[in-house]
Design a protein around this ligand. Structure first.
Ligand code: FAD
Length: 374
């Protein structure tokens, strides 16, 4: 699970000590208005910290709710964590932040196995957990949703609002304005931002800067980041909810697999706070996902369902089978520093891809970005 880090390809670093010093002058202490693009864990950690330091933020999120890849997909049979499966906690600051949401975060002791057989059979015994695995309840998106709540109440969270371009503010050219699109392609301009933080996957930050013709100095570093895709299959078997049949298939709840199509399977219903209906989430490997990225969803579903049967031995027909394509799922080569900042344009970028590929990396990156700005 550890990712290789490489040095940033440009000398962009945290705001310099001299900038930090001058931030102590009365003028610099004046509250600033930040645009934060992206309401995943990085964007929300960043926005909350800026607000706590007395600044104003507006968070733009293109989806219907906050959470990003810490996602929950609802179905008539119960929810699926179709993005993040669980998270680990190593940074004391993340641990402290989680304490504020202790009722929401629960340990998940999945009896995980490793599947090594080419045919998909379990040939290795249980994988002893190296560290605790945590999940948010009732679904993975609940944590960021909770942290974003005060921002929503304060009117600082613009949902279903995709930033499509950044440009100089028409009234104050030293500030930024955001061109956005909402439902039904309704466009709106938000103006008056002193600085912008792009808390989105690196390729999306790169595309936004490119289409805006801004922040050119950030682009070389952003273009060096590789984030692998992931096709994800969600299955429900309500027929397993019979007294004589507590669940279908294997006795393990999660598996790392070397099957040529899939790398991970988890029984959703084994996670705390979820419904009892038997549900599985299956992740295709980065290589397979890349190769089949543009394939028809029905074709992908059929292939992943076949692989699922081979690995689990479950031959029953699911009552619910849906696939989701994550174009940017897991960083394969991170930046190697906690965030990017271009003082001249006042544009920064953060996200898990800065330091790794995990939820905690997203949190730490967003936090470090904000701490450097305040
Ligand atoms: C399938 C899968 C499985 C995973 N499993 C695990 C795991 O088990 N454990 C773990 O620790 N991590 C896992 N991860 C990784 C984890 O989800 C990420 O590390 C973390 O969620 C990244 O958070 P982020 O805030 O950096 O980015 P994101 O969560 O991607 O947030 C970015 C947000 O920006 C929004 N956005 C993008 N462009 C725009 C725009 N132009 N305008 C407005 N909004 C925009 C997006 O909608 C999104 O909400 C997994 C990820 C995936 C996809």
């Amino acid at each position: 699970m550890t990712a290789k880090t490489k040095p940033a390809s440009t000398p962009l670093k945290r705001p310099s000590r001299s900038t930090a010093k001058s931030a102590a002058t009365p003028e610099r202490q004046a509250p600033r208005h930040y645009a934060v693009v992206g309401a995943g864990i990085a964007g929300i950690a960043c926005a909350r910290t800026l607000v706590q330091a007395g600044h104003r933020v507006t968070v733009f999120e293109k989806s219907r709710g906050p959470g990003g890849r810490m996602a929950t997909r609802h179905s008539e049979f119960g929810g699926f964590d179709h993005g993040t499966q669980y998270f680990t906690v190593r940074d004391a600051r993340f641990e402290k932040a989680l304490a504020s949401a202790s009722g929401l975060v629960r340990p998940w002791s999945a009896n995980t196995v490793r599947i090594l057989d080419e045919a998909g059979r379990v040939v290795a015994s249980a994988l002893p957990p190296k560290e605790a695995h945590w999940v948010a309840t009732p679904g993975m998106n609940a944590l960021v949703k909770q942290w974003a709540l005060p921002l929503g109440v304060a009117g600082a969270l613009a949902l279903e609002t995709e930033v499509i371009r950044m440009e100089a503010d028409k009234l104050h050219p030293d500030r930024w304005q955001m061109q956005t699109e909402g439902p039904g392609a309704a466009s709106q301009v938000y103006s008056g931002f002193d600085a912008v933080v792009l808390a989105v996957p690196a390729p999306q930050a790169h595309a936004l800067l490119l289409s805006s013709q801004q922040g050119k100095t950030l682009m070389p570093a952003l273009s060096g980041i590789n984030i692998a895709p992931c096709w994800t299959l969600m299955l429900a078997f309500p027929q397993a909810l019979q007294p004589t049949l507590p669940h279908l298939g294997p006795h393990w709840n999660a598996a790392r697999s070397t099957h040529h199509r899939i790398t991970w399977l988890a029984r959703e219903s084994s996670k705390p706070g979820r419904g009892a209906i038997e549900r599985w989430t299956v992740q295709a490997s980065p290589e397979w996902s890349q190769k089949h990225l543009e394939d028809d969803a029905e074709r992908v579903k059929a292939k992943l369902l076949k692989a699922f049967t081979e690995v689990t031995g479950i031959r029953a027909q699911p009552s619910h089978a849906v696939v989701h394509r994550w174009r940017y799922a897991q960083t394969t080569e991170p930046l190697g520093q906690p965030f990017l900042w271009d003082a001249k344009s006042r544009i920064g970028s953060c996200g898990d891809w800065c330091i790794g590929h995990r939820v905690e990396d997203g949190f730490v990156s967003g936090l470090e970005m904000a701490l450097a700005l305040v």
